[in-house]
Design a protein around this ligand. Structure first.
Ligand code: NAP
Ligand code: HSE
Length: 440
């Protein structure tokens, strides 16, 4: 830790999409770090190729340099985030940081895939951390889940969408009939695409991630030339339509298979037609989805944004916090960043809004529906839909209603009144209509 006490200074190699996102969220959350880590976590300097380029995140001119080594060597810098991409220079800088006793956090799957073994060993030898949650599936915490939460499992099959750019392109081609080139341009503008876009479009980026997952799950570094790698360039709008007619979607997926009878591991990345019922088939846009078939847990599917500034920064910062915990000796985080006991109180029923489904058994007589509607209106509840099933053999009719937005207090008061309303038989049945998009 830095001698100037209780400050951890972070140097960031690369101030592009991910570097700026990490800097931004470290600064925005500055007041929370001392509360949960007992130290200030301060992004201090960053390196770039061009000092002239405009940056969307505010940084002082003297915090930016083209000399990455000066950041690694800076005695004031405690930790390094390697967010510059590329392989050889990133590797040299990473090893240089290790040699100075500095842990490194990276999002660089190409580097890990090519030199992971050497880098992990060097980090271990130097007694420092090398953390890489952001290298696979952007904001999805797949590394932690695989290494920690699912530690008791073996994995005959892991598969999923591991590249946000190609999934974004395929989804928009399928849903809007948009052209490959137009969507690729949008993906670039959104910060999803690698500096070398062929990595995304030809399946290589997904292969890098699949190789990392294969290493974590099976302890083997599969070489990229041993992986079947296909991309998305040959997929046409016609193919996407034809797949839909077959009850499928076309997705670029990474597949990691292990045959436990001979311990052979196969890694592949290719487009597949996958039945629309599968979660991975319905994982759209920039989202990634990883399906893990574990021998103990069964199937676990994780989905979330797989590329872009904020989700990737979320993973980088999660690693940063873990590494800082190791430095400061804070053994566990009892709560999330923004949780403080004095801040939150329980919401009252009138603050909890939603729409409701009601089923009432009613005597089938003139004016009954009007009475029910009046009762609901008395609580400020308006009806969205009404349907009535006619009664048979003197049985009550079934009245099925749905409401517009109201709140828990109003609906519970209305239910109490409906129970006592003449012509209503038995207790009303009430369900909530749950649409997460309507919850603010
Ligand atoms: P980016 O936007 O192209 O940013 C790269 C940054 O590194 C730029 O600021 C660039 O400087 C700087 N840089 C590159 N080479 C350098 C060098 N030799 N010396 C000094 N600075 C150098 O890339 P990114 O999207 O943030 O990706 C960074 C890393 O994160 C890559 O390994 C990528 O695979 C990984 N990743 C990206 C995402 C994503 O959604 N974008 C998600 C997960 C992981 P200039 O700005 O001056 O060119
Ligand atoms: N270019 C990568 C993707 C970034 O589109 O998935 C996230 O690793």
């Amino acid at each position: 830790m830095n001698d100037s006490s209780k400050i951890i200074r972070v140097g960031i190699l690369g101030f592009g999409t991910v570097g700026q996102g990490t800097w931004k969220h470290l600064v925005e959350n500055a007041t929370f770090w001392p509360k949960i880590l007992g130290v200030d976590l301060i992004p201090t300097r960053a390196s770039v190729r061009s000092l002239e380029k405009a940056r969307s995140v505010k940084i002082l001119p003297d915090q930016l340099t083209t000399d990455s080594e000066s950041i690694v060597d800076d005695p004031e810098i405690d930790l390094v985030c390697e967010l510059m991409g590329g392989v050889e220079e990133a590797k040299e800088l990473t090893l240089r940081a290790f040699a100075q006793g500095k842990s490194v956090i990276t999002a660089n799957k190409a580097l890990i895939c090519e030199h992971g073994d050497e880098l992990f060993q060097a980090a271990e030898k130097a007694g420092v951390g090398y953390a890489f949650e952001a290298s696979v599936a952007g904001g999805i915490p797949i590394i932690k889940v695989l290494r920690e939460s699912l530690v008791s499992n073996e994995f005959p099959l892991i598969y999923g969408i591991l590249n946000g750019t190609s999934n974004y392109i395929l989804t928009r081609m399928e849903k809007e009939g948009a052209s490959f080139e137009d969507v690729l341009k949008d993906a670039r503008d959104l910060g999803y695409v690698e500096a070398d876009e062929a990595l995304d479009l030809d399946g290589v980026d997904a292969a890098h991630k699949a190789i990392i997952l294969a290493y974590l799950a099976h302890g083997i570094w599969v070489k990229i030339h041993e992986v079947t790698v296909e991309g998305i360039r040959q997929i046409s709008n016609e193919d996407l339509q034809a797949a839909e007619n077959l009850g499928c979607r076309i997705k670029l997926i990474g597949v990691i298979r292990r045959d436990f009878s001979n311990d052979h591991v196969a890694v592949a990345v290719h487009p597949v037609l996958i039945p629309v019922e599968e979660t991975i088939a319905r994982t759209d846009g920039v989202h990634n989805g990883v399906c893990l078939n574990g021998t103990v847990v069964g199937t676990v599917v994780l989905t979330g944004r797989g590329a872009g500034q904020d989700p990737t920064a979320s993973s980088v910062i999660s690693d940063l916090v873990d590494v800082v915990k190791g430095i400061t000796g804070v053994s566990s985080l009892p709560k999330l960043l923004h949780v403080s006991p004095e801040q939150c109180v329980s919401a009252s029923p009138e603050e909890i809004h939603g729409r409701f489904y009601l089923r009432l058994a009613v005597d089938d007589r003139t004016g009954q529906l009007a009475k029910v509607a009046e009762c609901l209106a008395g609580q400020g509840i308006s009806l969205a839909t009404v349907s009535q099933t006619p009664h048979e053999n003197d049985q009550p009719a079934s009245l099925i209603l749905t409401t517009h937005q109201t709140n828990e207090l109003s609906i519970s008061q209305a239910i109490e009144q409906l129970k006592n309303l003449p012509g209503v038989v038995g207790d009303p049945v009430l369900f909530r209509m749950f649409d997460p998009n309507e919850i603010s």
